[in-house]
Design a protein around this ligand. Structure first.
Ligand code: UD1
Ligand code: CA
Length: 516
C-alpha cells in the first residue's frame, strides 16, 4: 500500500504500545488486540504505525491473553520487546512497566517516548510523526493527540488553561465534575512524553481515584506542577484516533479502513467498479490498470499485476496474479497465476497451485499443490492434486489426479503436450510422458510413456435387442423399434443404413474423449 510516510527527522527514543487491557466489551475468547481489520490485527496496526517513526526501541505491554498477544508481537516484529504488566491496574502502570522494561534492556531511555493505545486501527505513522514533530518544536514535556467529539461520555477530558490554551490536566470521566463533563475535547490515549518526565511522573502517580487505577493521564498534572509545557494537537479526523471497544466499532472502523484503502488504490490507477462490495486488505499490492469487479475480496499478501481483471465474486488470499490474467468467480489461497492465464468461473485454487503463463483453470476445477506449465489447460470439472504438469498439455473434462491412497499422498508428473481423455483417473504416483494420450474413461495405474496412448478401461460390448427383451413396452423399446423400422425401410430403398456403427479400435479410442 502506498502512503506510508518516511520520517526525515530522527525517530523517537521509544514507542510503548499499551496492550494489557482486557477488552471486556468485545465479549470474545480472543484478546481484543488480536481482532483484525484490513487483514491485520489491531495490535499489528499499532505496531506498523509505531515502526514508521523509526524508534530506537519498540515495546508492547501485555497481560490479558498474554501468550497469544506476545506471540503476535514476535510474529510481527522480532525486534519488539514484550513487557508484562503486573497486578497493578491502569494505563499508568502499563506505561511504567513498559518504560522500565526498555530501561532494563537499553539503559535509561532519554528523549521522546511515544505511548499509544493498541486498539486504534486507523492511526497511521504520519499522524504520529506530526505529533512527535510538534512535541519537539514546542519543547513540550507531554504532547497529547486529542479530538473533539459530540458525546464524550467515558473519555478523559482535556482541561485547558485560559489564555495560553496549554493543557493543565486530563480528568477521567468518572472523576470529572459536572462542569468538566461539558468538555468535548477528549484524550485519545496517544501521547509523546519526555522520558524523564514520564519516568518521574509515574513514580508520583497513585491509585487514589474513582477507578482505583494508576492513570497515565495524571502525568500531565505532574508535568505542569514542575512548570513544564503540555500541549495538545487536535486531529480533525476523529476516525484516525478512534478506539475499538466492541464489535460494532470493529466493523465501523474496518469499513472505514477499507474505504480509505480503496480510495487510495483508485487514485493510484486501479478501477474498482463497486467499492461497496469490494474488500482489500492493507498489505495487498495492485498495479495500475488492474480492474476489480463487484464482490471481490483480496486478502493477505495478494499481489495483482497490471492489466489483470479480478472478479466478480472472487476471494483471493495470498495469491499472486500476473499481468493481464483474468480471475473470475474464484476462491484461491497461496497460489500463483502467471501472466495472461485465465481462471474460473467457479474454480478453487488451494495452496501450492502455480498456473503458468497463458494457462487455464476452468469451471468446477480444484487444484492443490500442483504446478501447471505455460499454456496448459485444465478446463472442466477436474481435480489436480500434488502434480507437476508440463507445457501445452490439456486435461480432458473430468480428469482426476487421484493423489491420495487413503493413507498417504503421492506426486504425479504429467509431461508437455499431453492430452488426457475425458474422465481419465490418473492414480498417483504416476508419470505420463511428453506427448502421450489417455483414452476417455481410463483409470491409469501404470506410467504412460512419451507418445503412447494409455487405455485403462474395459472394451465396449453391445448386446443387440436387449431393450426389447428386458424393457419391453417402454418408451425406449418403442423408440428403438421405430429406429429399426426406419433403417429397414431405408435399406429397402437402397440407401446406406443410418447410424452405421463406428467400429472403434483401441487406437482411436482417445478421439472421443477430448474437450478443449
Ligand atoms: C483511556 C484514558 C482516557 C481516554 C481513553 C481513550 C486513562 C486513565 N484513561 O481510558 O483518558 O479518553 O483511554 O480511549 O489512561 N491498558 C493497559 N493496561 C491497563 C489498562 C489499559 O495496557 O491496565 C491499555 C489497553 O489495552 C488500551 C489502552 O491501555 O490499549 C487504553 O485502555 P482503556 O481501558 O481503553 O482505557 P480507558 O479507561 O478507556
Ligand atoms: Ca478505551
Amino acid at each position: 500500500m502506498t502512503g506510508s510516510t518516511a520520517t526525515t527527522t530522527p525517530g523517537p527514543a521509544a514507542v510503548v504500545i499499551l496492550a494489557a487491557g482486557q477488552g471486556t466489551r468485545m465479549k470474545s475468547a480472543l484478546p481484543k488486540v488480536l481482532h483484525a481489520v484490513g487483514g491485520r490485527s489491531l495490535l499489528g496496526h499499532a505496531m506498523v504505525a509505531g515502526r514508521e517513526l523509526a524508534p530506537a526501541h519498540l515495546a508492547v505491554v501485555v497481560r490479558h491473553g498474554r501468550d497469544l498477544v506476545a506471540a503476535e508481537v514476535a510474529r510481527l516484529d522480532a525486534a519488539a520487546v514484550v513487557v508484562d504488566q503486573d497486578d497493578v491496574p491502569g494505563t499508568g502502570r502499563a506505561a511504567q512497566v513498559g518504560l522500565e522494561g526498555l530501561d532494563a534492556i537499553a539503559g535509561e531511555v532519554e528523549g521522546a517516548v511515544v505511548v499509544t493505545a493498541s486498539d486504534v486501527p486507523l492511526l497511521d505513522g504520519a499522524t504520529l510523526g506530526q505529533l512527535v514533530a510538534a512535541h519537539r518544536e514546542d519543547g513540550n514535556a507531554v504532547t497529547i493527540l486529542t479530538t473533539v467529539v459530540a458525546d464524550a461520555t467515558g473519555y478523559g477530558r482535556i482541561v485547558r488553561e485560559d489564555g495560553t490554551g496549554d493543557v493543565l490536566a486530563i480528568v477521567e470521566h468518572k472523576d470529572a465534575t459536572d462542569a468538566q463533563r461539558e468538555i468535548r475535547e477528549i484524550n485519545t490515549s496517544i501521547f509523546v512524553f519526555d522520558a524523564d518526565v514520564l519516568r518521574r511522573g509515574l513514580r508520583s502517580v497513585t491509585q487514589d481515584n474513582a477507578q482505583g487505577e494508576m492513570y497515565l493521564t495524571d502525568v500531565v498534572a505532574f508535568a505542569r506542577g514542575e512548570g513544564r509545557t503540555v500541549r495538545a494537537v487536535i486531529t480533525d479526523d476523529p476516525m484516525t484516533v478512534e478506539g475499538t471497544n466492541d464489535r460494532l466499532a470493529l466493523s465501523v472502523l474496518g469499513a472505514e479502513l477499507n474505504r480509505r484503502t480503496l480510495e487510495q488504490w483508485m487514485l493510484d490507477g486501479v478501477t474498482i467498479v463497486d467499492p461497496a462490495t469490494t474488500w482489500i486488505d492493507v498489505d495487498v499490492e495492485l498495479a495500475p490498470d488492474v480492474t476489480i469487479l463487484p464482490g471481490t475480496q483480496l486478502h493477505g499478501a495478494t499481489k495483482v499485476g497490471t492489466g489483470a481483471t479480478i472478479g466478480p465474486d472472487t476471494t483471493l488470499t495470498d495469491v499472486e496474479v500476473g499481468e493481464g490474467a483474468t480471475v473470475t468467480r474464484t476462491h484461491g489461497s497461496l497460489a500463483v497465476i502467471e501472466a495472461g492465464a485465465t481462471v474460473g468461473p467457479f474454480s478453487y485454487l488451494r495452496p501450492g497451485t502455480v498456473l503458468g503463463a497463458k494457462g487455464k483453470i476452468g469451471a468446477f476445477v480444484e487444484v492443490k499443490n500442483s504446478q501447471i506449465g505455460a499454456g496448459s489447460k485444465v478446463p472442466h470439472l477436474s481435480y489436480v492434486g500434488d502434480a507437476t504438469i508440463g507445457e501445452g498439455t490439456n486435461l480432458g473434462a473430468a480428469t482426476i489426479v487421484a493423489n491420495y491412497d487413503g493413507v498417504a499422498k503421492h506426486r504425479s508428473v504429467i509431461g508437455s503436450h499431453v492430452r488426457t481423455g475425458s474422465d481419465t483417473v490418473l492414480v498417483a504416483p504416476i508419470t505420463v510422458g511428453d506427448g502421450a494420450y489417455t483414452a476417455a474413461g481410463s483409470v491409469i495405474t501404470q506410467d504412460v510413456p512419451p507418445g503412447a496412448l494409455g487405455v485403462g478401461r474395459a472394451h465396449q460390448h453391445n448386446s443387440p435387442g436387449w431393450v426389447s427383451r428386458k424393457r419391453a413396452g417402454t418408451a425406449a423399446d418403442e423408440a428403438s423399434a421405430a429406429a429399426d423400422a426406419g433403417a429397414s425401410a431405408a435399406a429397402a430403398a437402397g440407401a446406406p443404413p443410418a447410424g452405421t456403427p463406428q467400429n472403434a479400435t483401441t487406437d482411436d479410442a482417445a478421439s472421443e474423449g477430448h474437450s478443449h
